[in-house]
Design a protein around this ligand. Structure first.
Ligand code: UTP
Length: 471
């Protein structure tokens, strides 16, 4: 107690001591435990550097655009390389050397949905949830390649129980239960603008997930790296819970990653404009680095050569990561990735015990980002992908990057696949489907699957304005 009191005083957090002194029994123990779990000296440094001032990102003078493997191979040699890489990727999947990793620990505040984001109903016809969509995709890939793909799902303390309960109550969507592994990321206290740690209840600090950069250390902490090793998993396909369009397993990317001895690889999309809200793939000091769109200087973002943006490569947060890389980075049980400041609305309990729900951002959340591991990799590659086939982020309820736009993109992709299988799709003047279609990810993982599926399950052309699910 003496220690706790001193620590809190030394770090300007006396209000926590006052809160503690009002408690007894289990409630007191709970808060004491939370306080003891925090490295207060380090937190005070972070508060000084990230909360009491707005940290400025320095842009290295030698910043240059990163090179990448293009979507369409640039000649016969590269075409051959892609073919070999695809085959290699399939071989790795078949051999059980790959696993899927979904980061689902975020709070999804922009979507404004009550519950883990993965439980959000996303498909346009059957309203399958994000988790179900991924589960069915993984079941199909496992079936297609005669493999047993393990799925690692990162939760946070705030949504871990709800996530596990959701899977249990849906019988893991048909996946073998022992192939689904949950693990929980770390947390950081939310700090108000005067540098004080906020409380979410009389006996609890307001804890927020520590960002998707927390994945790496959490994988070690919860024994996932050991488990992967035991299972023979060497490569991790990393994707975000809010992007159902992502292929849960990408043979070309996996194969290129392995053949090029990359430690961490990334998918890139050609940005639609200089200021699109995607991280920019850049190189500095010979190392790959992502510079956030908000930190990219305007003149660099706008710079063009022959009419094409120099910094064209944007990140949709899709990676392949070698298990050995994560093992190396976290070997000492520590990993220091840079922190990023996010200003958020955080509900809290004030000194009088009254709950406050702010209308405007009132606190700073500190997060680390997975892409800050890129400069730590000895070797990296970037592969361009077609946005229509892999990126439909569900960040907001409506508008840009929303549930609405995501549903449209899922439908557009499936309509295209149906046409490939010889089924006529009614289209509007602007080219978009004039019907809603949904292919089951349990039956159709890729274009070839779609052709096969409709060969054995012939279907009529959908009517205009109709809404149909297949499979
Ligand atoms: P976002 O950066 O979009 O954050 O996360 P979010 O928390 O989901 O949504 P907002 O900003 O509150 O609206 C991108 C991905 O990273 C995961 C999210 O679950 C999502 O898949 N993530 C984010 C974590 O797993 N942990 C975190 O601490 C933050």
């Amino acid at each position: 107690m003496q220690n706790i009191a001193e620590t809190l005083k030394n770090n300007n957090q006396e209000h926590l001591l006052e809160a503690l002194n009002k408690l007894s029994g289990a409630a007191r123990e709970k808060l004491e435990k939370q306080i003891e779990a925090i490295d207060w000296e380090e937190l005070s440094r972070l508060i000084r550097e990230y909360v009491m001032q707005n940290p400025v990102t320095t842009i290295p003078a030698d910043l240059a655009p990163a090179s990448y493997f293009p979507l369409v191979p640039n000649g016969a040699e590269q075409e051959e390389l892609y073919k070999k890489a695809f085959e290699k990727g399939v071989e790795l999947i078949r051999a059980g050397k790959t696993a899927a990793l979904t980061v689902a620990g975020g709070q999804g505040t922009r979507l404004g949905f009550d519950g883990p984001k993965g439980t959000y109903p996303i498909t346009p016809v059957l309203h399958k949830t994000l988790f179900q969509y991924f589960a069915e995709s993984l079941a199909r890939v496992s079936e297609k390649y005669g493999s047993r793909i393990h799925w690692f799902i990162m939760t946070s303390e705030l949504n871990d129980k709800a996530t596990r309960d959701f899977f249990r109550s849906h019988a893991f969507f048909g996946l073998p239960e022992d192939t689904v592994h949950f693990f929980t990321q770390g947390f950081m206290p939310a700090i108000d603008y005067s540098g004080k740690v906020l409380m979410s209840a009389g006996d609890s600090i307001a804890l927020t997930p520590d960002g998707h950069g927390g994945t790496l250390l959490a994988l070690r902490k919860w024994g996932c790296l050991d488990l992967m090793k035991k299972l023979g998993v060497e490569y991790i396909s990393y994707f975000q819970v809010d992007n159902p369009l992502v292929p849960v397993s990408n043979p070309l990317m996996l194969g290129l990653h392995a053949m090029e001895n990359s430690e961490m690889s990334s998918i890139m999309l050609s940005k639609t404009n200089a200021f699109e809200k995607l991280g920019n793939f850049c190189v500095t000091g010979g190392k790959l680095q992502i510079i956030e769109y908000s930190d990219m200087p305007k003149e660099l973002a706008e710079r063009t050569t022959n009419g094409k943006l120099d910094f064209i490569a944007g990140s949709p947060a899709i990676h392949v990561i070698s298990r050995s890389f994560v093992e190396r980075l976290t070997a000492g049980g520590k990993l220091e990735l840079p922190w990023h400041r996010a200003d958020k609305k955080v509900a809290y309990v004030n000194a009088d015990g009254v709950e406050v729900k702010p209308e405007a951002p009132n606190a700073v959340k500190l997060e680390s980002f997975i892409f800050d591991a890129l400069p730590l990799a000895s070797s990296t590659i970037i592969l361009e992908a077609d946005r229509k086939e892999c990126f439909a982020p569900t960040k907001n309820a409506t508008g840009v990057d929303s549930a609405e736009s995501c549903r449209e993109m899922l439908c557009a992709r499936d309509a295209r696949r149906m046409e490939l299988a010889g089924i006529r799709i009614p289209r509007k003047a602007d080219g978009s489907p004039d019907c809603i279609v949904e292919l089951s990810p349990r039956r159709v993982f890729d274009d070839a699957d779609a052709v096969e599926f409709f060969k054995s399950n012939p279907a009529q052309a959908p009517e205009r304005n109709s809404s149909t699910a297949y499979g």
